[in-house]
Design a protein around this ligand. Structure first.
Ligand code: ARG
Length: 476
């Protein structure tokens, strides 16, 4: 339905109905309602302090905004596609509610600096929430890791069994990865530490706004430094999408391992019934749908990053309507990552580990072939030669179909005189783990130390984020 254009003083005709529907963003940008109201309160108070509006108009505006917020929370707010976006909704409904004072709220302000402000507030809040979600999953992984300090499985390269590792060491790898993801989201919060409000449509305003005041009220460090950059830039949103895509890719790798490990071929874990589903046809099936969906949804997060990168790439300064395309990818990545973190934490915390299956796979003596070469290195043999010798030993075992550990000292000496004992004596799974005691290694003491460090770091990060977020909260 084409209606008279809001703010349409210069137009003779109404908007084409399809064009109206095509350009409306209210069905998604209503997610910014709280942020828009908050920015408007700060703006109104500043206008009053600057004597650009009267105290009584300011009071009327603040009262009206509170009432609109209550309507939105109660679900009684009237959303209307003809009112394009969240900014137009708030302004229009405020006018209906309080009359003339509402017409003064947009003084010195544009939707361009307003939407940039809303988005900065949203990114700051959402990045912190995702950091906490990442910490939650890291905590779950660290707790499960501590239970499995003595559970051993093969570590893989090229999906070929490579060397034995502790399951705790394996899961701590994800604790590290997800920690860097958290740092990336903290970086996003750093990037949005300045307030866009007061940049106007692009070039500021002739009116004496106090940008410092609104910046501080909104929990920013200060105002942004260039009005053109402020309304044109979307790199913080891109960084958010990038951090989200990388985090989803990490979750996808963890999910892929759960899918593989829960197969009969691996037999390393069993997912809880709460995180798997049956087959509509095959009664025996227990499918790892939840990790599969996390793996699948990583694609959306990657796509969201790519779509905004492409939307922004050709744009001249400053604001262009293309920039409205920033929101759906951002909201979608936020929701996808939030839910994926939650279901992965659930799946990991309820996972049953098949300790015997893992150990049986890790006990393949071939996984210790490197250690046999390193035994020769200890006797002074150059590593490259030792590698060659043990390669021939392995070839012999494969050809004769015998176990590496069945070779006596005599058998080994036939390959190189420096072998000091039989393979069974030189090779031992526990020793193989314990000898890997360099920083970052899989020896028990190292892994315990890493677990302690992770626990301390996780607790400290949760506290730090809580303190940072409290500083940015709206004073009530
Ligand atoms: N809905 C718009 C967006 O999200 C708000 C800014 C519109 N500005 C304008 N000049 N049309 O980008």
């Amino acid at each position: 339905m084409a209606t008279k254009k809001p703010w349409g003083g210069r137009f003779a005709q109404t908007t084409d109905p399809t064009a109206e529907r095509f350009s409306a963003s209210i069905h998604f940008d209503r997610a910014l309602a709280r942020h828009d109201l908050r920015a408007s309160r700060a703006h109104a108070r500043m206008l009053a302090a600057q004597r650009l509006i009267s105290e009584s108009d300011c009071d009327a505006i603040l009262g009206g905004l509170d009432a609109l917020e209550a309507e939105i929370e109660a679900g009684t707010f009237a959303w209307d596609p003809a009112l394009e976006d969240i900014h137009m909704h708030i302004e229009t409904r405020l006018r209906e509610r309080i009359g003339e004072p509402a017409a003064r709220l947009h003084t010195g302000r544009s939707r361009n600096d307003l939407v940039a402000t809303d988005l900065a507030l949203y990114l700051r809040e959402t990045a912190a929430a995702l950091e906490l979600g990442l910490l939650e999953l890291r905590g779950t992984l660290a707790a499960r890791a501590r239970e499995h300090i003595d559970t051993v499985l093969p570590g893989y390269t090229h999906l070929q069994r490579a060397q034995p590792v502790r399951l705790a060491h394996h899961w701590l790898a994800y604790v590290e990865m997800l920690g860097r993801d958290g740092e990336r989201f903290a970086g996003v919060r750093q990037r949005v530490r300045f307030s866009p409000l007061g940049s106007g449509a692009l070039a500021g305003t002739t009116l004496p706004l106090d940008r410092e005041a609104t910046a501080h009220e909104l929990g920013f460090e200060g105002p942004t430094r260039n009005s053109l950059d402020t309304v044109a830039a979307r790199d913080a949103a891109l960084e958010f999408l990038s951090a989200g895509a990388i985090a989803m890719v990490h979750l996808s790798r963890l999910a892929e391992e759960l899918v593989m490990w829960s197969s009969a071929e691996f037999g390393f874990v069993e997912l809880s019934d709460a995180y798997s589903t049956g087959s509509s046809l095959m009664p025996q099936k227990k499918n790892p749908d939840i990790p599969e969906l996390v793996r699948g949804k990583a694609g959306r997060a990657v796509g969201n990053l790519v779509s905004l990168l492409v939307a922004v790439k050709g744009l001249p300064l400053t604001y262009n309507r293309d920039l409205q395309e920033d929101k759906e990818p951002v909201f979608d990545t936020a929701a996808t990552l939030r839910d994926s973190l939650e279901v992965m934490a659930g799946a990991i915390s309820t996972l049953q580990v098949q300790i015997d299956g893992m150990r049986a796979a890790a006990e393949d003596p071939m996984l210790l072939a490197t250690d046999l070469a390193e035994a020769l290195v200890r006797e002074g043999v150059p590593f490259r030669d030792a590698h060659e010798v043990v390669g021939r030993v392995v070839g012999h075992c494969v050809e004769k179909d015998v176990s590496l550990t069945s070779l006596s000292r005599g058998d080994l000496v036939a390959f190189h005189p420096s072998f000091t004992a039989g393979a069974a004596e030189l090779l031992d799974l526990e020793r193989a783990l314990e000898q890997r005691s360099l920083t970052g290694g899989t020896a028990r003491a190292n892994v315990l130390e890493a677990l302690d460090r992770a626990d301390a770091e996780l607790a400290a990060r949760v506290e730090a984020i809580a303190a940072e977020v409290a500083g940015a909260k709206e004073p009530r």
